[in-house]
Ligand binder design. Structure first.
Ligand SMILES: *Cc1c(COP(=O)(O)O)cnc(C)c1O
Length: 370
């Protein structure tokens, strides 16, 4: 048994072409090293934390963890249905929206299909495509010089990239890591120009932070386009990233297909309870929204004063465009306990993504800048 066993040679064709996700810095180790002096600005989490009602719901649900959770997630779905004014059979729940994005590709794409997404789009889209063996069609992003959405999605080019064999189009609006967005009219035009048998997946992970004129939600177009799917998450504005819960809204028959492959207990009991409670706390969400809006401006202005240019953002992070390789700056901040996200993996090595943190963390970042 001492001959090396190379399981990579046995991986299926799609997985053989994949690389494991780069999880970034070892945060538990960094927390031990820097203690309270760390500023965690790398993962777009809510610096205010979750709603106190969500924490209370977790405590109440804790004694039930010996039981399996509700496999239907019926209470959370009913709460979402009421909140979004859609029928509950149009909602699917996921172990984070990441799981749902993967599940969509697994359920709807084969190796003979193609999947369209944008350059500098969310990292999960190419992984979801690769997992199915479908051909990935990566559409060039808008140029750096674009006034409204530098490096952002180009909805016209995306629509133009759809082929006969295309099954899925993935979009993130607003997008991570750029923070940029396109408006409702651009999405309506895109939907009007693609065939009904192409599923258009709009990832709205940052929806709760949006306030730009002309930008609302893709959900407003759902009645006209049964091929439209909108994904959301409790990881960002709701502050529940650690519990892993997301959802999507789709035509009921789309949800029906996903249900065939979905793991029966994919969302755990604590997550179901916390998400339902978080959804009911509109005050906490409003506080989160207002804090982010004003703090993002503060951070943007401090960065600008120091000569750092940021892309426009409708999210809880800023993408700083250095115009030169950003690795040295990332290292400099890291050595001072300020954790930001390098973007080489997204094809943007001259940029850093910085989450809007608590004021003390944002100040620590600004002080640490060279
Ligand atoms: C953070 C993020 C998600 C959320 O992922 P979860 O699995 O729900 O935590 C989805 N899409 C984008 C674009 C994101 O930035």
């Amino acid at each position: 048994m001492n001959t090396p066993f190379d399981a990579a040679r046995l991986a299926n064709a799609a997985i053989a072409r994949l690389r494991a996700y780069d999880p970034g810095h070892d945060l538990p180790a960094l927390r031990r090293r820097f203690g309270a002096q760390i500023a965690e600005l790398g993962s777009n989490e809510n610096p205010l934390g979750p709603s106190p009602r969500a924490l209370e719901a977790i405590r109440a649900a804790a004694s039930e963890v010996f039981r399996y959770p509700d496999p239907r997630g019926a209470a959370l779905k009913a709460a979402l249905a009421g909140h979004l004014r859609v029928a509950a059979d149009r909602i699917a729940l996921g172990n984070g929206s990441h799981e749902l994005l993967m599940l969509l590709a697994q359920c709807f794409a084969d190796p003979e299909h193609s999947i369209v997404y944008s350059q500098h789009g969310f990292a999960v889209f190419p992984i979801a495509a690769a997992a199915t063996g479908a051909q990935a069609l990566c559409v060039p992003a808008l140029p750096r010089e674009h006034p409204a959405a530098p490096f952002g999605h180009d909805p016209v080019a995306i629509a133009g990239a759809v082929r006969e064999d295309t099954r899925i189009v993935y979009l993130a609006n607003p997008n991570n890591p750029t923070g940029t967005w396109f408006d409702d009219a651009a999405l309506a035009a895109l939907l009007a120009s693609v065939r009904r048998d192409v599923l258009v997946v709009v990832d709205e992970a940052y929806h709760e932070y949006v306030d730009a004129p002309g930008l609302s939600t893709a959900l407003n177009l759902a009645d006209r386009h049964p091929n439209l799917i909108v994904t959301r998450t409790f990881s960002k504005a709701h502050g529940l990233a650690g519990l892993r819960v997301g959802y999507l809204i789709a035509y009921a028959s789309v949800v029906g297909v996903l249900e065939r492959l979905r793991e029966s207990f994919n969302v755990n009991g604590l997550a179901l309870a916390a998400a339902e409670a978080a959804l009911g706390d509109r005050e906490h969400l409003q506080r989160t929204y207002e804090f982010n809006r004003s703090e993002r401006v503060w951070l943007h202005d401090r960065l600008a004063e120091r000569g750092y240019a940021c892309l426009p953002s409708q999210t809880n992070f800023l993408l700083v465009d250095l115009g030169r390789d950003a690795a040295a700056l990332e290292r400099h901040l890291f050595e001072r306990g300020v954790i930001v996200r390098p973007m080489g993996g997204y094809g943007l090595p001259q940029t850093l993504r910085i989450s809007v943190g608590r004021r003390a963390e944002n100040e620590r970042l600004v002080r640490a800048l060279p």
